[in-house]
Design a protein around this ligand. Structure first.
Ligand code: 2AM
Length: 173
């Protein structure tokens, strides 16, 4: 089985800024910073999928008609029970919500059963955080979202493997 999810990856500049923020918050709250190359914002989490079904998952993603948009992460917060600190947006852009909803819908139509929980857009900065992370507005870190990716989480290696990437329309990629 493959542990799969769809996500957005920050561009190089945003990744560096978020990496610095991850180290800062982990130091402050007693957690482990997510390594900068692993920083991402999950759109749809599938969990364990039979590799034979990855083709059907790709076809579901092929039909998504999103537009490029700027995503600015302008606040931090935490999920206390999960022990994570994250970067989020006070007002998630409509394009982000539309992209997530369409991807989720097509995946379900393809016969998959992704995570049922309501979409709470966040980019995890640190895990195993010991101190509660108070919600706070911060200097925004933004990047132009031009694509979304299908990713396999290789648990043993603690790394992610990108299986595919889909460009959004309307951009200059
Ligand atoms: P997290 O950062 O809040 O842990 C890979 O695990 C990605 O999928 C992470 O971004 C993780 O979010 C997200 N995810 C969403 N639902 C999940 C679940 N039920 N179990 C594990 N990861 C989940």
């Amino acid at each position: 089985m493959a542990r799969l999810f769809f996500a957005l990856w920050p561009d190089d500049r945003a990744r560096d800024a978020l990496g610095a923020r991850a180290r800062e918050i982990a130091g402050r709250c007693g957690g482990r910073p997510v390594p900068a190359p692993n920083l991402h914002l999950t759109l749809v989490f599938l969990g364990e999928v039979d590799p034979a079904r990855i083709g059907a998952l790709r076809r579901a993603a092929d039909g998504v008609a999103g537009r490029t948009f700027d995503l600015g992460l302008d606040c931090i917060g935490g999920f206390r029970r999960a022990g994570v600190a994250w970067a989020g947006c006070r007002h998630p852009p409509a394009q982000l919500l539309a992209l997530q909803a369409e991807l989720d819908r097509r995946i379900r139509e393809g016969g998959f059963s992704p995570d049922e929980r309501a979409f709470a857009p966040h980019l995890t900065l640190a895990r195993r955080v010991r101190e509660p992370v108070e919600p706070e507005d911060v200097e925004p870190v933004s990047w132009p979202v031009r694509a979304f990716a299908l990713v396999e989480s290789a648990r043993d290696a603690g790394a992610y493997r990108r299986l595919g990437e889909w460009l959004l329309g309307g951009g200059t990629t």
